[in-house]
Design a binder for this molecule. Structure first.
Ligand SMILES: [Ca+2]
Length: 394
Protein backbone atom coordinates (compact mmCIF):
# COMPACT_ATOMS: atom_id res chain seq x y z
CA UNK A 1 0.00 0.00 0.00
CA UNK A 2 1.36 3.35 -0.95
CA UNK A 3 1.96 6.14 1.49
CA UNK A 4 -0.87 8.16 0.06
CA UNK A 5 -3.36 5.96 1.81
CA UNK A 6 -1.78 6.56 5.17
CA UNK A 7 -3.22 9.30 7.24
CA UNK A 8 -6.57 9.29 5.51
CA UNK A 9 -9.66 8.75 7.57
CA UNK A 10 -7.96 7.46 10.64
CA UNK A 11 -11.22 6.02 11.96
CA UNK A 12 -11.80 3.74 8.99
CA UNK A 13 -9.78 1.40 6.85
CA UNK A 14 -8.92 3.25 3.65
CA UNK A 15 -8.55 1.09 0.59
CA UNK A 16 -7.92 1.60 -3.09
CA UNK A 17 -10.89 1.14 -5.39
CA UNK A 18 -9.56 -1.15 -8.09
CA UNK A 19 -11.89 -3.73 -9.56
CA UNK A 20 -9.80 -6.62 -8.35
CA UNK A 21 -11.42 -6.01 -5.00
CA UNK A 22 -14.80 -6.50 -6.59
CA UNK A 23 -14.03 -10.12 -7.24
CA UNK A 24 -13.42 -10.97 -3.63
CA UNK A 25 -16.31 -8.84 -2.48
CA UNK A 26 -18.72 -10.41 -4.93
CA UNK A 27 -18.26 -13.81 -3.41
CA UNK A 28 -20.02 -12.64 -0.29
CA UNK A 29 -22.47 -10.39 -2.06
CA UNK A 30 -25.89 -10.05 -0.49
CA UNK A 31 -27.61 -7.47 -2.66
CA UNK A 32 -30.50 -5.60 -1.14
CA UNK A 33 -33.13 -4.97 -3.83
CA UNK A 34 -34.47 -1.99 -1.91
CA UNK A 35 -31.20 -0.08 -2.16
CA UNK A 36 -29.94 -0.74 -5.68
CA UNK A 37 -27.81 2.39 -5.79
CA UNK A 38 -26.30 2.74 -2.35
CA UNK A 39 -23.55 4.93 -3.78
CA UNK A 40 -26.12 7.15 -5.44
CA UNK A 41 -25.13 7.00 -9.10
CA UNK A 42 -27.30 7.21 -12.18
CA UNK A 43 -26.79 6.00 -15.74
CA UNK A 44 -24.49 8.28 -17.72
CA UNK A 45 -26.51 11.11 -19.23
CA UNK A 46 -24.19 11.71 -22.16
CA UNK A 47 -21.53 9.99 -24.19
CA UNK A 48 -18.12 10.79 -22.74
CA UNK A 49 -15.68 10.44 -25.65
CA UNK A 50 -12.64 10.21 -23.35
CA UNK A 51 -13.99 7.57 -20.95
CA UNK A 52 -11.90 4.41 -20.76
CA UNK A 53 -12.44 0.93 -19.31
CA UNK A 54 -9.19 -0.80 -18.38
CA UNK A 55 -9.65 -4.49 -19.11
CA UNK A 56 -7.92 -7.81 -19.25
CA UNK A 57 -7.60 -9.44 -22.65
CA UNK A 58 -10.92 -11.24 -22.20
CA UNK A 59 -12.71 -7.94 -21.59
CA UNK A 60 -12.90 -8.11 -17.80
CA UNK A 61 -13.13 -4.57 -16.43
CA UNK A 62 -10.74 -3.75 -13.60
CA UNK A 63 -10.42 0.04 -13.57
CA UNK A 64 -11.52 3.27 -15.22
CA UNK A 65 -9.37 5.73 -17.11
CA UNK A 66 -9.48 8.85 -19.26
CA UNK A 67 -8.06 9.55 -22.71
CA UNK A 68 -5.92 12.70 -22.35
CA UNK A 69 -4.07 12.56 -25.70
CA UNK A 70 -4.75 10.49 -28.84
CA UNK A 71 -2.18 7.94 -27.62
CA UNK A 72 -2.35 8.31 -23.83
CA UNK A 73 -4.83 7.16 -21.19
CA UNK A 74 -4.57 8.38 -17.60
CA UNK A 75 -5.51 5.98 -14.80
CA UNK A 76 -4.52 5.22 -11.20
CA UNK A 77 -1.07 3.86 -10.54
CA UNK A 78 -2.48 1.14 -8.29
CA UNK A 79 -4.60 -0.06 -11.23
CA UNK A 80 -1.52 -0.98 -13.24
CA UNK A 81 0.33 -2.72 -10.41
CA UNK A 82 0.95 -6.34 -11.36
CA UNK A 83 -0.18 -5.85 -14.95
CA UNK A 84 1.88 -6.31 -18.12
CA UNK A 85 1.26 -4.36 -21.37
CA UNK A 86 0.36 -7.47 -23.35
CA UNK A 87 -2.31 -8.37 -20.81
CA UNK A 88 -4.26 -5.12 -20.91
CA UNK A 89 -6.77 -3.71 -23.39
CA UNK A 90 -8.63 -0.42 -23.10
CA UNK A 91 -12.11 0.28 -24.43
CA UNK A 92 -12.39 4.00 -25.13
CA UNK A 93 -15.39 6.18 -25.86
CA UNK A 94 -18.32 3.88 -25.11
CA UNK A 95 -20.75 3.96 -22.19
CA UNK A 96 -21.06 0.20 -22.53
CA UNK A 97 -17.87 -1.45 -21.32
CA UNK A 98 -18.55 -4.53 -23.46
CA UNK A 99 -19.22 -2.91 -26.85
CA UNK A 100 -18.72 0.20 -28.94
CA UNK A 101 -15.94 2.76 -28.96
CA UNK A 102 -12.39 1.68 -29.76
CA UNK A 103 -10.47 -1.18 -28.15
CA UNK A 104 -6.86 -0.04 -27.88
CA UNK A 105 -3.73 -2.00 -27.05
CA UNK A 106 -1.06 -0.92 -24.60
CA UNK A 107 2.61 -0.17 -25.31
CA UNK A 108 3.81 0.84 -21.84
CA UNK A 109 3.00 3.05 -18.88
CA UNK A 110 4.75 5.59 -16.68
CA UNK A 111 3.92 6.09 -12.99
CA UNK A 112 4.06 9.36 -11.09
CA UNK A 113 6.45 9.20 -8.16
CA UNK A 114 3.94 10.58 -5.62
CA UNK A 115 0.41 10.85 -7.01
CA UNK A 116 -1.67 7.69 -7.57
CA UNK A 117 -1.54 8.34 -11.30
CA UNK A 118 -0.23 6.35 -14.25
CA UNK A 119 0.01 7.38 -17.90
CA UNK A 120 -0.64 4.48 -20.25
CA UNK A 121 0.66 4.77 -23.81
CA UNK A 122 -1.35 3.13 -26.58
CA UNK A 123 0.19 1.30 -29.51
CA UNK A 124 -1.72 3.54 -31.94
CA UNK A 125 -3.75 6.75 -31.72
CA UNK A 126 -7.50 6.51 -31.31
CA UNK A 127 -10.03 8.88 -32.87
CA UNK A 128 -12.00 9.68 -29.73
CA UNK A 129 -11.67 13.23 -28.43
CA UNK A 130 -9.29 13.46 -25.44
CA UNK A 131 -10.06 15.51 -22.32
CA UNK A 132 -7.80 18.31 -21.07
CA UNK A 133 -6.59 18.62 -17.48
CA UNK A 134 -8.53 21.07 -15.29
CA UNK A 135 -6.36 23.89 -13.94
CA UNK A 136 -8.06 23.76 -10.52
CA UNK A 137 -10.46 21.61 -8.49
CA UNK A 138 -11.92 24.02 -5.96
CA UNK A 139 -13.10 22.97 -2.48
CA UNK A 140 -16.78 23.86 -2.21
CA UNK A 141 -17.46 23.09 -5.87
CA UNK A 142 -19.38 20.09 -7.19
CA UNK A 143 -17.66 17.62 -9.48
CA UNK A 144 -18.84 14.66 -11.53
CA UNK A 145 -17.43 11.16 -11.16
CA UNK A 146 -17.70 8.47 -13.84
CA UNK A 147 -17.20 4.74 -13.56
CA UNK A 148 -18.28 1.16 -13.89
CA UNK A 149 -17.60 0.48 -10.21
CA UNK A 150 -19.88 -1.41 -7.85
CA UNK A 151 -23.26 0.28 -7.33
CA UNK A 152 -24.03 -1.47 -4.07
CA UNK A 153 -21.91 -1.89 -0.98
CA UNK A 154 -23.62 -3.06 2.19
CA UNK A 155 -21.97 -2.93 5.61
CA UNK A 156 -21.32 -6.53 6.51
CA UNK A 157 -22.69 -7.74 3.20
CA UNK A 158 -20.00 -7.08 0.64
CA UNK A 159 -20.13 -5.01 -2.53
CA UNK A 160 -21.76 -5.69 -5.88
CA UNK A 161 -20.20 -6.34 -9.25
CA UNK A 162 -19.53 -3.89 -12.07
CA UNK A 163 -22.50 -2.59 -14.07
CA UNK A 164 -22.35 -2.87 -17.87
CA UNK A 165 -23.41 0.71 -18.46
CA UNK A 166 -21.41 3.67 -17.27
CA UNK A 167 -22.61 5.47 -14.13
CA UNK A 168 -22.13 9.05 -13.01
CA UNK A 169 -22.56 10.85 -9.73
CA UNK A 170 -22.11 14.48 -8.67
CA UNK A 171 -20.41 15.11 -5.31
CA UNK A 172 -18.97 18.08 -3.37
CA UNK A 173 -15.23 18.77 -3.05
CA UNK A 174 -13.93 19.27 0.51
CA UNK A 175 -10.72 20.94 1.67
CA UNK A 176 -7.77 18.61 2.22
CA UNK A 177 -8.12 19.19 5.96
CA UNK A 178 -11.42 17.27 5.93
CA UNK A 179 -9.69 14.10 4.72
CA UNK A 180 -6.17 14.62 5.99
CA UNK A 181 -5.00 14.59 2.39
CA UNK A 182 -2.28 16.76 0.90
CA UNK A 183 -1.01 18.04 -2.39
CA UNK A 184 -1.39 14.70 -4.20
CA UNK A 185 -5.04 14.10 -3.39
CA UNK A 186 -8.50 15.64 -3.64
CA UNK A 187 -10.92 15.07 -0.73
CA UNK A 188 -14.54 14.30 -1.65
CA UNK A 189 -17.70 14.30 0.45
CA UNK A 190 -19.82 11.14 0.75
CA UNK A 191 -22.90 13.34 1.22
CA UNK A 192 -26.13 11.31 0.97
CA UNK A 193 -24.04 8.17 0.65
CA UNK A 194 -22.83 9.11 -2.83
CA UNK A 195 -19.38 7.76 -3.58
CA UNK A 196 -17.04 6.00 -5.95
CA UNK A 197 -16.62 2.29 -5.26
CA UNK A 198 -14.63 -0.82 -6.25
CA UNK A 199 -13.96 -0.81 -9.99
CA UNK A 200 -14.09 2.99 -10.24
CA UNK A 201 -10.35 3.35 -9.55
CA UNK A 202 -8.47 5.31 -12.18
CA UNK A 203 -11.65 6.83 -13.57
CA UNK A 204 -12.27 10.52 -14.06
CA UNK A 205 -13.31 13.34 -11.78
CA UNK A 206 -14.82 15.97 -14.05
CA UNK A 207 -14.88 19.73 -13.62
CA UNK A 208 -17.09 21.88 -15.83
CA UNK A 209 -20.35 21.49 -17.67
CA UNK A 210 -21.76 19.11 -20.31
CA UNK A 211 -19.77 19.51 -23.50
CA UNK A 212 -17.00 21.36 -21.69
CA UNK A 213 -15.57 18.88 -19.20
CA UNK A 214 -12.02 18.98 -17.82
CA UNK A 215 -10.24 16.20 -15.97
CA UNK A 216 -9.61 17.07 -12.34
CA UNK A 217 -8.43 13.77 -10.87
CA UNK A 218 -8.49 9.98 -10.97
CA UNK A 219 -10.24 7.68 -8.50
CA UNK A 220 -7.83 6.54 -5.81
CA UNK A 221 -9.32 5.30 -2.55
CA UNK A 222 -11.89 5.40 0.20
CA UNK A 223 -13.39 3.44 3.08
CA UNK A 224 -13.74 -0.35 2.88
CA UNK A 225 -17.52 0.04 2.68
CA UNK A 226 -18.16 2.57 -0.09
CA UNK A 227 -20.30 5.58 0.75
CA UNK A 228 -19.77 5.41 4.49
CA UNK A 229 -16.96 7.97 4.68
CA UNK A 230 -15.17 10.62 2.70
CA UNK A 231 -13.05 9.35 -0.16
CA UNK A 232 -10.30 10.70 -2.34
CA UNK A 233 -8.98 11.12 -5.86
CA UNK A 234 -5.46 11.64 -7.14
CA UNK A 235 -4.84 15.31 -7.89
CA UNK A 236 -3.63 16.24 -11.38
CA UNK A 237 -2.98 19.93 -10.98
CA UNK A 238 0.27 21.88 -10.64
CA UNK A 239 3.41 19.78 -10.75
CA UNK A 240 1.46 16.64 -11.73
CA UNK A 241 0.11 18.43 -14.79
CA UNK A 242 3.66 19.52 -15.64
CA UNK A 243 4.72 15.87 -15.37
CA UNK A 244 1.81 14.78 -17.60
CA UNK A 245 2.92 17.23 -20.27
CA UNK A 246 6.51 16.03 -20.02
CA UNK A 247 5.51 12.37 -20.46
CA UNK A 248 2.57 12.56 -22.88
CA UNK A 249 3.56 15.76 -24.67
CA UNK A 250 1.84 19.12 -24.45
CA UNK A 251 -1.90 19.32 -24.63
CA UNK A 252 -2.19 20.88 -28.03
CA UNK A 253 -5.72 20.91 -29.15
CA UNK A 254 -5.11 21.66 -32.70
CA UNK A 255 -2.55 24.33 -32.10
CA UNK A 256 -1.43 26.60 -34.84
CA UNK A 257 -3.55 27.50 -37.78
CA UNK A 258 -6.42 25.53 -39.22
CA UNK A 259 -5.11 25.20 -42.77
CA UNK A 260 -8.60 24.53 -44.14
CA UNK A 261 -10.08 27.74 -42.77
CA UNK A 262 -11.91 29.63 -45.53
CA UNK A 263 -10.15 27.59 -48.23
CA UNK A 264 -12.01 26.50 -51.39
CA UNK A 265 -14.32 23.64 -50.46
CA UNK A 266 -16.50 21.50 -52.66
CA UNK A 267 -19.08 18.97 -51.61
CA UNK A 268 -21.76 16.74 -52.99
CA UNK A 269 -25.22 18.25 -53.36
CA UNK A 270 -26.24 20.34 -50.37
CA UNK A 271 -29.52 19.85 -48.50
CA UNK A 272 -30.20 23.56 -48.83
CA UNK A 273 -28.58 26.49 -50.61
CA UNK A 274 -27.34 27.89 -47.30
CA UNK A 275 -25.77 24.60 -46.18
CA UNK A 276 -23.03 24.31 -48.78
CA UNK A 277 -19.45 23.09 -48.42
CA UNK A 278 -18.14 26.55 -47.49
CA UNK A 279 -20.01 26.32 -44.17
CA UNK A 280 -17.69 23.50 -43.09
CA UNK A 281 -14.59 25.71 -43.44
CA UNK A 282 -15.92 29.03 -42.12
CA UNK A 283 -14.33 28.56 -38.69
CA UNK A 284 -17.61 28.56 -36.81
CA UNK A 285 -19.87 25.98 -35.12
CA UNK A 286 -22.02 28.45 -33.23
CA UNK A 287 -24.11 29.87 -36.06
CA UNK A 288 -27.08 27.55 -35.71
CA UNK A 289 -28.19 24.64 -37.86
CA UNK A 290 -27.13 26.29 -41.13
CA UNK A 291 -23.50 26.62 -39.97
CA UNK A 292 -22.84 23.19 -41.50
CA UNK A 293 -22.35 21.37 -44.75
CA UNK A 294 -25.37 19.15 -45.20
CA UNK A 295 -25.74 16.56 -47.92
CA UNK A 296 -28.16 13.75 -48.73
CA UNK A 297 -26.37 12.63 -51.92
CA UNK A 298 -25.88 8.92 -52.52
CA UNK A 299 -22.13 9.30 -52.01
CA UNK A 300 -21.49 12.16 -49.60
CA UNK A 301 -18.09 13.80 -49.71
CA UNK A 302 -16.49 17.10 -48.80
CA UNK A 303 -13.15 18.19 -50.22
CA UNK A 304 -10.90 21.12 -49.34
CA UNK A 305 -7.97 22.54 -51.31
CA UNK A 306 -5.45 23.82 -48.76
CA UNK A 307 -3.76 25.90 -51.47
CA UNK A 308 -0.31 24.30 -51.19
CA UNK A 309 1.32 21.17 -49.82
CA UNK A 310 1.67 20.76 -46.05
CA UNK A 311 3.08 18.11 -43.72
CA UNK A 312 -0.27 17.35 -42.13
CA UNK A 313 -0.39 16.06 -38.56
CA UNK A 314 -4.06 16.15 -37.66
CA UNK A 315 -7.52 16.32 -39.16
CA UNK A 316 -10.52 17.35 -37.06
CA UNK A 317 -14.19 16.85 -37.89
CA UNK A 318 -16.93 18.63 -35.97
CA UNK A 319 -20.15 16.70 -36.30
CA UNK A 320 -23.80 17.52 -35.51
CA UNK A 321 -23.60 17.84 -31.73
CA UNK A 322 -20.56 20.16 -31.99
CA UNK A 323 -22.97 22.57 -33.62
CA UNK A 324 -25.67 22.06 -31.03
CA UNK A 325 -27.75 19.43 -32.82
CA UNK A 326 -28.69 16.07 -31.37
CA UNK A 327 -25.80 13.63 -30.89
CA UNK A 328 -27.92 11.05 -32.70
CA UNK A 329 -27.01 12.99 -35.87
CA UNK A 330 -23.25 12.65 -35.33
CA UNK A 331 -21.55 10.96 -38.28
CA UNK A 332 -21.31 7.25 -37.51
CA UNK A 333 -19.06 5.95 -40.30
CA UNK A 334 -16.67 8.00 -42.42
CA UNK A 335 -13.37 7.92 -44.27
CA UNK A 336 -10.69 10.59 -44.41
CA UNK A 337 -8.28 10.84 -47.33
CA UNK A 338 -5.52 13.16 -48.47
CA UNK A 339 -4.01 13.92 -51.86
CA UNK A 340 -1.14 15.89 -53.33
CA UNK A 341 -2.88 16.59 -56.63
CA UNK A 342 -6.61 16.17 -55.99
CA UNK A 343 -6.63 13.07 -58.17
CA UNK A 344 -4.78 10.30 -56.38
CA UNK A 345 -6.06 9.82 -52.83
CA UNK A 346 -4.67 8.04 -49.79
CA UNK A 347 -7.12 6.98 -47.09
CA UNK A 348 -5.69 8.05 -43.72
CA UNK A 349 -8.57 7.10 -41.43
CA UNK A 350 -11.56 4.78 -41.69
CA UNK A 351 -13.81 5.49 -38.73
CA UNK A 352 -16.67 3.15 -37.90
CA UNK A 353 -19.13 3.47 -35.06
CA UNK A 354 -18.26 6.99 -34.02
CA UNK A 355 -20.61 8.65 -31.53
CA UNK A 356 -18.63 11.78 -30.66
CA UNK A 357 -19.42 15.34 -31.64
CA UNK A 358 -15.79 16.15 -32.39
CA UNK A 359 -13.27 13.65 -33.70
CA UNK A 360 -9.52 14.20 -34.01
CA UNK A 361 -7.40 12.11 -36.31
CA UNK A 362 -3.62 12.01 -35.97
CA UNK A 363 -2.01 11.57 -39.38
CA UNK A 364 1.44 11.98 -40.88
CA UNK A 365 1.06 12.78 -44.55
CA UNK A 366 2.16 15.50 -46.92
CA UNK A 367 -0.78 16.73 -48.93
CA UNK A 368 -2.54 19.73 -50.45
CA UNK A 369 -6.07 18.32 -50.56
CA UNK A 370 -8.15 16.72 -47.79
CA UNK A 371 -11.40 14.81 -48.20
CA UNK A 372 -14.14 13.54 -45.91
CA UNK A 373 -16.45 10.82 -47.20
CA UNK A 374 -19.54 10.22 -45.09
CA UNK A 375 -20.70 6.62 -45.24
CA UNK A 376 -23.33 6.60 -42.50
CA UNK A 377 -24.40 10.10 -41.56
CA UNK A 378 -26.18 9.42 -38.28
CA UNK A 379 -26.39 6.92 -35.43
CA UNK A 380 -29.64 5.56 -36.86
CA UNK A 381 -32.34 6.68 -39.25
CA UNK A 382 -31.78 9.08 -42.13
CA UNK A 383 -28.38 9.00 -43.80
CA UNK A 384 -27.60 12.70 -43.95
CA UNK A 385 -24.14 14.28 -43.66
CA UNK A 386 -24.01 17.10 -41.11
CA UNK A 387 -20.51 18.57 -40.75
CA UNK A 388 -20.02 21.85 -38.93
CA UNK A 389 -16.25 22.07 -39.49
CA UNK A 390 -13.56 20.12 -41.27
CA UNK A 391 -10.09 21.23 -40.11
CA UNK A 392 -6.52 20.38 -41.04
CA UNK A 393 -3.35 21.07 -39.04
CA UNK A 394 0.34 20.74 -39.80
CA1 LIG B 1 -19.22 25.97 -39.79
Amino acid sequence: MRGLVKGLLAAVVAVTLAGSAVTSATAQEQPDPLTPNIIGGVDATENYSFMASMQGNSGGHFCGGALIRPTWVLTAEHCMAGEVPSGVQIRIGSNNRNSGGTVARVKRWVNHSNADTSLVELTAPVTQRPISIAPVVAPGSTVRLLGWGATTCNPGGGCGGAPTNLKQVDVPVLPDSACGTGQWEICLDNKDGKSACYGDSGGPLLVGTPGNWRLGGDTSGGPAVCGTARFYYAELQGSVNTWINSVAGPDSPPSGNNLALNKPATGTAACNANEGAAKAVNGSVSGGTTDKWCSTAGTKSLQVDLGSGHALKKLVVKHASAGGESATFNTRDFDLAVSADGTTWTTVAAVRGNTSGTTEHAINNSARHVRLTVITGAQSGGNIARVYEFEAYA
